[in-house]
Design a protein around this ligand. Structure first.
Ligand code: SF4
Length: 299
């Protein structure tokens, strides 16, 4: 397991009813294996196969790629869909792996967006992170860069003014896609650090995972999504939890997820409503589970 002192301090009750505890502290329930659970629920390929031409890069959609500079995270979420990889230094990209990935991106002019993921790219030091961003910004056909990170949630102190100013000077739009799952994670400390970055002009998106006993009610998600909007963070995806081994106690059914979304419709502004999606186990990308803007949709 792994947890930052800050995130650990958000646990109010040391038992598995607490939504922060459930996300980060291992429990015996992880030993219960469901027959349909798998190690790799989103179909990531091995380097050199299919949509993964090399160690540090996945090219699943025509106009965007995932770049994986590190396998390290500052916490280890119990529900993580890449839990077999994160924290294992063998999956870290070397300098040569990164150079190979840059060359691939330069040679594929159809790529418009690079998404830094991992692991958590913001666990890289400022120099390594900014070098990566500046190298990408020099590729003329790239239009946007996205950073997938849980650091704003689990260690908001990482959002220093110095780093924010440096990111704002990158010559391409850089979006921060973060990962709040419960309104209690949106603390005054988070609010202060995120406001520093949004004032500088940095834009935020959020991906939430629907988790049993954490946020599996319309009331809980409404509180979270509206709070995120207050911080100028756009709720982007609501992920149905992946079938990762040892996480069945944290999963809802898709029917339960759709019921929750139906209750949310009309109760929160449209721009606060994320897309409810499931990652395809075949590695073909995200499957929309509902058009949240269709009032006639029913489960
Ligand atoms: S921070 Fe993201 S990649 Fe790392 S363990 Fe949590 S969910 Fe997985």
């Amino acid at each position: 397991m792994g947890v930052t002192p800050y995130y650990y301090s958000l646990i109010e009750q040391f038992n598995d009813k607490d939504p922060i505890f459930r996300q980060i502290i291992p429990t015996e329930a992880e030993l219960i294996l469901d027959d349909s659970d798998v190690d790799d629920p989103i179909g990531d390929e091995s380097p050199g196969q299919g949509s993964r031409p090399m160690k540090a890069l996945i090219h699943r959609y025509p106009n965007r790629v995932l770049l994986l500079p590190t396998s390290i995270c500052s916490v280890y979420c119990r529900f993580c869909f890449r839990k077999r990889l994160v924290g294992d230094p063998h999956h870290n990209a070397s300098q040569q792996d990164m150079e190979d990935a840059y060359t691939y991106i330069r040679e594929h002019s159809e790529i418009e967006e690079v998404i830094l993921t991992g692991g958590d790219p913001m666990t890289l030091g400022d120099h390594a992170l900014l070098t990566t961003l500046r190298t990408l910004a020099e590729i003329t056909h790239l239009r946007f860069i996205r950073i997938h990170t849980r650091l704003p949630v689990v260690n908001p102190y990482r959002l220093t003014t110095r780093l924010g100013l440096a990111i704002s000077q990158i010559h391409k739009p850089v979006w921060i896609s973060t990962h709040f799952n419960h309104v209690r994670e949106v603390t005054p400390v988070v609010e202060g650090y995120v406001a520093d970055w949004t004032d500088i002009g940095i834009s935020f998106l959020n991906q939430t995972v629907l988790l049993r006993g954490v946020n599996d009610s319309a009331e809980s998600l409404k509180a979270l999504f509206l709070r995120l909007i207050e911080l100028k963070i756009k709720p982007y995806y609501l992920h149905h939890a992946d079938r990762v081994k040892g996480t069945s106690h944290l999963r809802t059914t898709i029917g339960e997820g759709l019921e929750i979304l139906k209750k949310l419709q009309g109760n929160i502004p449209g721009y606060a409503m994320p897309h409810y999606v499931l990652d395809s186990p075949e590695g073909t990308g995200k499957i929309p589970l509902q058009n949240p803007y269709d009032p006639h949709h029913s489960s």
